[in-house]
Design a protein around this ligand. Structure first.
Ligand code: ZN
Length: 254
């Protein structure tokens, strides 16, 4: 199984529009970060988690040609605003299955009503098959079992997903004990780390490292990174040996 980091940035992406911050002017390609998303694929299946405003660019860069399902973590725009660009997949494959919490599906129906329209549909409109994700109800896509992990982004519920020995958690600030139990014996954990200073709704670097210490995966990759974290090359030097900063277009094998 391969995990391709489509985007590793926080909601504004890096560079931030109009920013004078040196990280936003870095020549290191690892300091350019699109909005957070990941493509998990093997011979038998192809899953994308979240569909932010950079989705089109990410599908082109990764050369992803087929998606069996789109999994959503939550409804914030940096995770959902690219849904109009699923159309090339619709034209080749038909309706795209999307998996999300009931609340997120309802939110998408309001914001992208034309996608869910059943009467008088515009012929080229995106089309989806909506499937509700419930906590403690693992589901499968193309024969691959997926375990939802229920976490909190401040006051907002968010789903992370475990697939085999891999788990992807973004926009976490707190996580309940029973959910932590679902994350034992991981080869790779991906988790959000915004910056060094604390933040109300995202793990900062110290909180993410503490969480990794609790979960004890073989390796961990940090994502959903702000320009305020600093230069990729500087930050990575300060991390424990089994913890890495993810960067856009990095692909790892699990
Ligand atoms: Zn986010």
């Amino acid at each position: 199984m391969k995990v391709y980091f489509l985007g590793t940035g926080t909601s504004q992406g890096i560079p931030v529009i109009g920013s004078d911050d040196p990280v936003c002017h870095s020549a290191d390609p690892r300091d350019t970060r699109l909005r957070v998303s990941v493509w998990i694929h093997a011979d038998e299946f192809s899953l994308v988690i979240d569909c932010g405003p950079d989705f089109r660019q990410q599908m082109l860069a990764s050369r992803c040609r087929r998606i069996d399902a789109l999994l959503f973590t939550h409804e914030h725009a940096d995770h959902t605003a690219g849904i109009d660009d699923i159309r090339p997949f619709n034209f080749r494959q038909g309706n795209l299955p999307i998996f999300a919490h009931r609340r997120v599906l309802d939110n998408l129906k309001r914001r992208f009503d034309y996608v869910f329209e059943t009467e008088n549909r515009y012929p080229g409109a995106p089309s989806v098959k909506a499937v509700e994700v419930q906590n403690n109800r693992p589901f499968s896509v193309a024969g691959q079992e997926i375990i939802p992990i229920d976490v909190m982004h401040g006051n907002l519920q968010v789903f992370g997903y475990r697939i085999g020995d891999f788990a992807y958690l973004t926009d976490v600030k707190t996580i309940a004990r029973p959910e932590i139990e679902k994350l034992r014996n991981l080869k790779v954990l991906v988790v959000n780390a915004l910056r060094e200073e604390p933040h109300d709704t995202h793990f900062n670097l110290a909180e993410a490292l503490d969480f990794i210490e609790t979960i004890k995966p073989e390796r961990a990759y940090l994502t959903h990174i702000s320009h305020r974290m600093g230069f990729h090359a500087d930050v990575e030097k300060r991390l424990p040996a089994h913890v890495f900063l993810a960067y856009d277009n990095l692909e790892i094998t699990i």
